[in-house]
Design a protein around this ligand. Structure first.
Ligand SMILES: Cc1cc2nc3c(=O)[nH]c(=O)nc-3n(C[C@H](O)[C@H](O)[C@H](O)COP(=O)(O)OP(=O)(O)OC[C@H]3O[C@@H](n4cnc5c(N)ncnc54)[C@H](O)[C@@H]3O)c2cc1C
Length: 262
């Protein structure tokens, strides 16, 4: 590890002031960033930890009935505090990695990183969440650009994420046993105005909505409605853990399980 400074501001305003200085980078739970620094794939001069900022912590309900999660809230807190208001989201957070990862990793870090196998991108896109930053509100449909790529600008931080609460929902992941990330994960949510289906772990372009499944489930919310569908292996991830064809097959399997569980 190289030498760097670390700051722990207690307000968003202080964090933004520190991040506006040359060489500063936001630090969430450090579960991705710290290993990156150890390998010297990134070498920021100052890490600005967001985890001591009270206004970016915890889970609450908005007046509009959305579940609001502070951008520096750990997965373990979401698993605990969203259990009554949005059980599918809480269950998703409660199955991320292992206890150490869940106690350190944050929702903001996960969504900013946008790992193609991460669970939160599927939940945010599947529930049609709004990603709130220090400058704007970004709908999930406009937020995920590609693998490790988002709509965030340099120095912009995720302060809160707002999730509309569906009538019913479930996230099902086929676990990659070495990392606990999703080999394929599918989040299905049924709202009064329609069904959303988001898939992580599968595509070379990162998380995506499976629109054919949404259409089928809008007519008939049952696993049987997905049976006639198939997913193309084109642009699916193929690696030592699973071929592109295997992942394409798993998308339908996990979607059916999510519908049944919802
Ligand atoms: C062994 C292991 C297993 C894991 N398993 C899973 C899994 O099953 N499912 C899953 O979804 N994830 C998994 N993860 C990922 C983990 O849960 C974290 O979500 C992820 O590492 C990033 O979150 P973090 O808070 O640690 O961010 P950091 O590592 O601190 O930061 C990551 C990036 O986000 C930026 N950043 C951090 N916070 C913010 C913010 N609020 N606004 C803007 N930018 C920000 C940082 O500058 C950095 O670029 C796993 C990680 C490990 C190490």
């Amino acid at each position: 590890m190289y030498a760097f400074e670390i700051e722990r501001p207690e307000t968003i305003a202080e964090a933004l002031a520190l991040l506006s200085e040359e060489g500063g980078q936001a630090l969430g739970g450090g579960q991705t960033l710290i290993p990156t620094l150890k390998q010297r794939l990134a070498m920021p001069e100052t890490l600005v930890s967001l985890t001591a900022i009270g206004e970016m912590q915890g889970v609450c309900m908005s007046d509009a009935g959305e579940v609001c999660i502070g951008g520096a809230t750990s997965h373990a807190v979401v698993a605990r505090e969203a259990a009554d208001s949005f059980p599918a989201l809480a269950a998703m957070a409660g199955h991320i990695g292992d206890p150490a990862v869940r106690n350190r990793g944050t929702i903001g870090g996960s969504l900013a990183n946008n790992d193609p196998s991460a669970c939160y991108p599927a939940a945010a896109l599947g529930a049609g969440a709004t990603i709130k930053t220090n400058t704007r509100d970004i709908p999930a449909d406009a937020y995920f650009i590609g693998m490790f790529e988002t709509a965030l600008n340099e120095g912009e931080i995720i302060t809160e994420v707002r999730f509309p609460v569906p009538r019913r929902a479930s996230y099902q992941k086929f676990v990659q046993p070495a990392s606990r990330f999703a080999l394929v994960g599918v989040f299905v949510a049924q709202f009064d105005d329609g069904v959303r289906v988001a898939v992580t772990g599968a595509s070379e372009n990162g998380v995506f909505r499976w629109s054919e499944a949404e259409e089928a489930l809008n007519s008939d919310f049952s696993a049987a409605a997905l049976e006639p569908l198939s997913v193309s292996a084109d642009q699916m991830i193929g690696d030592l853990h699973g071929s592109a064809e295997y992942r394409a097959h798993l998308v339908k399997v996990m979607a059916k399980r999510a519908v049944e569980a919802a």
